[in-house]
Design a protein around this ligand. Structure first.
Ligand code: SF4
Length: 311
């Protein structure tokens, strides 16, 4: 959108949010104009924490459906809106509650750790949720002698095995965006830019490959971790391996440094379904309300609260 077109729409969104007593939470992967109008921009963990802490009566979730569902589970007395109901997630769709129940039956007594990118029904079958920001700490909080089923992201699971030294049973799911960032993308960039630090999200198809380790300038980080790392690093140039929406936040919060996407194709079509117009319509027309069946929400809440509590 042009700056001239964004300004009146952004003003309308802010006015409606005030009128409605709503807080706007936006994921790092949202389009720039949605990030800019939000009260808070962050990754899944940061957004969950922000949702849990807000006094606002209404939360408009500019992200994908499981994120809005997570807020609805944590805050049953608040209204949670998502501007487009079709904003799904290929990773969350890679395991169903029925599949998880069958897997658990094959491993009685195992602890289930689910990445937050799962449906409410899967969370209801889960002991601990985690995000890429706290997945390592969650695994380390589980006693050594307990078997762990980790779902649904195989690349994050393989990375966790390496950094914790624990053997996990891993579900073979993947995010099509992150899985599409291949070792060849990384190799091409790192050889062409010896002065750049490489920031890789653990969901990426390259993160669990040996070539991403043992190299002093490769850092496996959540998106929140990427922002913090770039802010504190003395380096000036960074290659970023995750969904390209994070570049807007990096440029904004770490001004003066250079950020480049390892793959320009790393775009999540679900995240990009949310537009400023749809956000305005959501606030104006009170749509789309995200609600979770109380019995499912009750069972899912414990796993999410454990995720929010573990740093
Ligand atoms: S980038 Fe991948 S994991 Fe994130 S919302 Fe899109 S499909 Fe899901």
């Amino acid at each position: 959108m042009t700056t001239a077109a964004v300004k009146p729409l952004a003003d309308e969104v802010r006015a409606l949010a005030r009128e409605r007593g709503a807080v706007i939470l936006a994921h790092n992967y949202q389009v720039p104009e949605v990030q800019d109008v939000a009260d808070y921009v962050g990754d899944s963990l940061g957004l969950s924490r922000e949702a849990a802490a807000t006094d606002a009566r209404v939360i408009v979730f500019c992200g994908v459906h499981f994120m809005a569902e997570t807020a609805a589970i944590l805050l049953p007395d608040k209204t949670v809106l998502i501007p487009d109901l079709d904003a799904g997630c290929s990773l969350a769709a890679s395991i169903t509650a029925e599949q998880l129940r069958e897997w658990k039956a094959e491993h009685p007594g195992a602890v289930v750790v689910s990445y937050v990118n799962t449906s409410a029904e899967v969370k209801a079958e889960t002991d601990y949720c985690c995000t890429s920001g706290n997945a390592k700490a969650v695994i380390e909080a589980i006693p050594q002698d307990r078997e762990i089923l980790f779902c649904p992201d195989m690349f994050l699971g393989m990375w966790l095995e390496r950094v914790t030294g624990r053997k996990l049973r891993i579900w073979m799911g993947e995010c099509h965006v992150h899985a599409g960032i291949r070792p060849a993308d990384i190799e091409r960039w790192t050889s062409a830019t010896p002065d750049a630090e490489l920031l890789v999200h653990p969901e990426c198809g390259c993160a669990s490959q040996c070539m991403a380790f043992g190299n002093g300038r490769t850092h496996i980080l959540s998106t929140e971790g990427m922002v913090r790392f770039a802010q504190s690093s003395p380096k000036e140039r960074f290659l970023v391996a995750t969904e390209t929406g994070i570049l807007h936040r990096l440029h904004k919060e770490v001004p003066g440094k250079r950020f480049e996407a390892v793959s320009e194709r790393a775009i999540c079509k679900y995240m990009k379904l949310i537009t400023l117009e749809k956000l305005r319509d959501s606030l104006r027309d009170w749509k789309h309300v995200v609600a979770v069946e109380p019995a499912i929400a009750e069972r899912a809440r414990g796993a999410i609260e454990r995720m929010v509590a573990i740093a």
